[in-house]
Structures are given as C-alpha cells and as structure tokens.
Design a protein. Structure first.
Length: 583
C-alpha cells in the first residue's frame, strides 16, 4: 500500500530521512518495499500484513512510528460545527441483520454544493495514486486512507422514504453498482437498502441510483462495521475487490465508525459548504473492549528477556493498549491489559508478548543456546528393507528414479488389475494427477521413455516407494486407504561387457530375474518363486515372458517383458523388461 511521508508527518513529528522512516517501519514488522520521490514528498510502498488492518490508514502507520520514536500522536480533529434540526427528523437507519452488521452510523449534511476539491485534498489523494472525483467523494476517500474506515455518501433525496436498512438481499433482487454493472444478488449478500430497494453492496460498492450527483444538496454519510465473512463471500462471488472490501474482509475497527463519520462531515462542510445536522444516527452498539492478562514471568520465559512491569506497560500504552497497575503474586507481576478496538488481531497473552517484544526491540533479546538433553546412544536399528533395496539395486547398476505419488487413472489402469480400487483425490493438483498410484511402474516407464527420447539407449532404473489402494469398505465407511511399500525396476538395451570373456549383450528376461532373486534375498531374507503367469494375471506383460512372484504369504508381484502393444503405446522398445515386488 502507498503512504505519503508528508501525510504521515501531519500526525507525528518525523524529521528523519525517508530511508530512516522505512527502517523504523520494517523494525515494527511493516516492511517497506520501495521509497519513491513524488515532488517534494516521498511515497512509501508498505507491505501491510492481512492481520493488521489498523495500519491500512495513515493514522495507524503514524501510531506505529510514534510508539517506536517515543513521540506523541496527533489525531485529526473530528468536531464539525452543527446547525439546523436534528438528524433524526431528516432520515432513519435500521440494522435488520445484526449478525452481519453490528454498528451503523450516519451523519447528515444539508445545503452542500458539489464541485471540485480544494488543492490540498487533490494533492493528498494524488500522492498515493488516486484521481479526484468531486469534493464529497474525495473526502470519503481521504478519510478512508487517513483512518482506515471505509465510508459511503448517499444522495439523501434519492433514497426512498429517506431511510437506510442494512439487511440480507431478497432472492432475485438486482443492483446496478457504481461501475455500471447490473448485479444479481443472492440471499447471503448484505446490502444497504432504502425503503424500496438495495442502494449499495454493503462494504463493497455503492449503487448508481443513489450516488452523489452535481445536483446533490443533501447527503447521508454512511460509516459502518460489517462482518468480514459476509463481505468476503459476496466480493469473491461477484469477482469484486475494492478499497472498502479489502479492509472489511480483514476486520475494520468497529469502534471508529462515529469518529470517522464526524471527521468526514467536518471536511465535507469545509470543502462543500452546507450544514451538519445535529446528532448522528447510530444503530447497533459499541464493541466490547477485551481484557487479556499478561504474565511477566511467562514473557521472560518465552523471550529469554526479563522486562520490568512499568516498561512493559509503557510499551503497550504507546500502541494504544491500556494496562492496569501490576498485580503481584509469588514474585510474578501480572498486567490486566485492555485491547483497543482497532487491534482485532490481539486475542491472547502470546499476542501481547509479541507486542512488547516489537517495542523493546528484537535485538535486545540475548542470543543464547537452547538447552539440550541427550539420552544414551542406544543400539543402531536394523537397516530397513527399503534401504536395503536401494543399496542392492544401486550396486547392481540401476539408477534410482523419484516420481510423484499422484498419477492419472488411465496411466495406472493397465498395471493395477481389473479389480483395482483407486484412491481418488478430492482436490488434485491437475487433471493428470487425480489418483494416488497403485503401481510404481507407470512413472518408472515414463522415466525410461524420457531417457530414450534423449539419446540414451541403455537404461536401467528402479524406484522404491509406496503404492495405494482403496480399502474394501471404501471412503464412505470412513476407512483409510491401504498403503504398502514396493520396489520396481525397468530395463532395456545392452548390458555392459565384463571383460574379454563377457562381451556386451542385449538384456534378457533372465538378467532381470537374476537381479530380482538377489534383491529378494537381500531385502526379504528368503527367495521368491516365479511361476508362469496364467490368464488374467499380469496383463501388462507379454504372456510368452511373464511370471508371477510368490512368497510364503501369497502373491508378491510380477516379472517379465512388457506387452508389445503396451510398449508401443508408451514409445518403448519391445525388449523392455520390468518387475515389481511388494515389500
């Protein structure tokens, strides 16, 4: 977000150079991405985190700087001169759905004259990249970027029955927003409506039928607090992102609605003339102030730094927190801290400890080595079968491949068997990764093809990993999928020669069978038996050179030459041999 340095200086004394101010903000947890000159001013591009909506206005950022520098914060005046009759004689406001809007404040102005904004207002907005519109709308934008509170100005004479009702939209209602788009509303959308129809998408954008026009003379100024979830849901559904929704989605200050409305009314009266009606229309109730207890003993334990109660209280007070006098118990001081309404991110003791740490300075925390407790060395564990498989195959001249466990159902189907139950992913990375693999061979054969297509004619690869099968009851019964460790190998081409007595020779079924027999002894401690594959068994292998592997507890896998049709479809040579073993 962009902030004007001269604008910040309106609220706190900042003789420091722009780069020094940027460093102070970074130390406060608000990194500055860039500092650019703008005439005699400088613009700071500050990376405001989503949990700090209080720093999305110049006053909030100035508060952080004032706290770090130990200087007073100068809040802008919000005391407009009053005149005429009470506001309640001119309009009415109502909150029909308090679960989505807990506070709605309206201030009324009469006798205004819409026109260009004064130069100081135009310059302030231009410094952060905003173009002027007219004096009334520009004031709402100014206060938005000053206090962080979104506002909206309605033409009072264009509101039916001169009233505002904050409610959920009725099914089938529509609203033409200020961008000229006709929006179809749903029942979960929150709107500001007049006596007949919606006139604004609450917290997102106003409606075109009640906007400020050159003929406007009476204004109803809205300053409200809307539930973040309601604004976020509607904004995302409609694909809208505005300055107002950006703040409401993150949790605007529920305690500033009156102050922001009065501040804007004062500036409107100054820029557009007119009179501010007596009193404000205020529906809902002020937010409750939260209390959080801070233990100085726990602070010292977490930070590794002892902080005196007075220092901790002063650090928090500089940020707007109110700490009661410390209470002592057994040598431990505890502070009862009242959280300001603009700090919705502070909810528990650890949050207060973080605030104290920010103010004291992370550099003040001593660098100490953490305590380390060691037990006996114990006895080394036996090598796992997976590790033994890797070592054996690497020694046999195979290179290890690594593939994602996610695969495509069609690629897995030839290797998984007719009765395979695939584990389907609810939220796949892509359409080509919609299931968990039931076999290691599809990925491994893809690696072989990748090497062959790049000029390597003799390829021997293996992979060790887990394969997955849906349980017999399935996900509907709440059973987890079965996952089992497996090892697979694929080879094609020529075996290297072993000297003058053993020249290079094409790889055969028996070469891979010998590798498999040695692997079984190394990993399982016992041999496996290979018998010819029957009908319906290992359908991905050539029936003339296919075997099913058995051990003491039933089938363990398959060994053989890839089926010619499958080899052709995978762009592999006919003499491609594979095995897969359940470990």
């Amino acid at each position: 977000m962009k902030f004007s340095l001269d604008w910040l200086r309106s609220y706190v004394e900042l003789p420091e150079a722009p780069q020094r101010v940027a460093g102070l903000l970074a130390a406060a947890g608000l990194p500055v991405d860039a500092v650019e000159a703008w005439g005699a001013d400088h613009v700071l591009d500050v990376d405001v985190l989503s949990n700090r909506p209080d720093c999305m206005g110049h006053v909030g950022l100035a508060r952080e700087l004032a706290a770090r520098l130990g200087r007073p914060l100068r809040l802008p005046p919000a005391q407009p001169a009053r005149g005429g009759g009470p506001a309640s004689d001119l309009a009415a406001v109502e909150i029909a759905d308090p679960d989505l809007c807990d506070r709605y404040t309206a201030v009324l102005l009469t006798g205004v004259k819409v026109g260009p904004s004064p130069d100081w207002l135009v310059d302030r907005l231009a410094s952060i990249g905003l173009r002027p519109i007219n004096n009334l709308v520009d004031v709402t934008n100014f206060v938005l970027h000053e206090l962080g509170q979104p506002l909206h100005a309605f033409d009072l004479d264009r509101l039916a029955q001169h009233r505002i009702v904050v409610r959920r939209a009725a099914p089938g209602e529509t609203l033409r927003t200020l961008d000229g788009v006709e929006r179809r509303l749903e029942a979960d959308d929150l709107v500001s409506a007049d006596g007949r129809r919606p006139v604004a998408l609450a917290g997102i954008m106003g409606g075109a039928d009640s906007e400020i026009a050159p003929s406007t003379t009476r204004v109803l100024l809205e300053s409200a607090h809307f539930a973040p979830r309601a604004i976020r849901r509607t904004a995302r559904r409609l694909g809208m992102h505005t300055d107002a929704s950006h703040r409401f989605e993150r949790g605007a200050d529920a305690g500033i609605t009156v102050t922001a409305a009065l501040r804007a009314a004062s500036l409107m009266a100054e820029a557009a003339g007119g009179t501010v009606a007596g009193g404000e229309l205020d529906a809902g109730s002020p937010p409750e102030r939260r209390l959080v207890t801070l233990s100085l003993e726990r602070l010292a334990r977490l930070l590794g730094l002892a902080v005196e109660p007075d220092r901790a209280a002063a650090a928090l007070a500089a940020l707007g927190f109110q700490a009661a006098p410390p209470e002592w118990s057994g040598g431990n001081a505890r502070l009862e801290v009242t959280i300001p309404t603009w700090r919705g991110d502070v909810e528990r003791e650890e949050d207060l400890i973080e605030e104290v740490a920010r103010m004291v300075g992370y550099d003040a925390i001593p660098a100490t080595l953490p305590a380390l407790e060691t037990g006996g060395a114990g006895s080394p564990r036996p090598a796992a079968p997976l590790d033994r498989a890797r070592r054996y195959l690497a020694a046999a001249g195979f290179a290890e491949a690594l593939n994602f466990p996610m695969s495509h159902r069609d690629a897995q189907a030839p290797f998984a068997g007719a009765d395979a139950r695939f584990v389907t992913l609810d939220n796949p990375m892509s359409s080509q990764m919609d299931t968990l693999r039931a076999s290691l061979l599809p990925g491994l054969l893809g690696n072989v093809a990748h090497n062959l297509n790049r000029g390597r004619r003799d390829v021997r690869l293996f992979e060790v990993g887990k394969v997955f099968h849906e349980s017999s009851a399935g996900q509907a019964a709440g059973e987890l999928p079965r996952e089992r460790p497996a090892v697979a190998a694929a080879a094609t081409g020529v075996l290297p020669g072993g000297g003058w007595h053993r020249p290079p020779a094409p790889l055969t079924y028996f070469d891979l069978k010998g590798t498999l027999e040695g692997l079984a002894l190394a990993c399982l401690g016992r041999p496996v038996q290979a018998r010819p594959a029957g009908d319906g068994e290992a359908g991905f292998l050539d029936p003339a050179a296919a075997s099913v592997l058995h051990g003491g507890n039933g089938p363990l896998g398959a060994l053989g030459r890839l089926h010619p049709d499958l080899a052709s479809s995978l762009d592999l040579p006919p003499e491609t041999f594979v095995f897969e073993l359940d470990l």
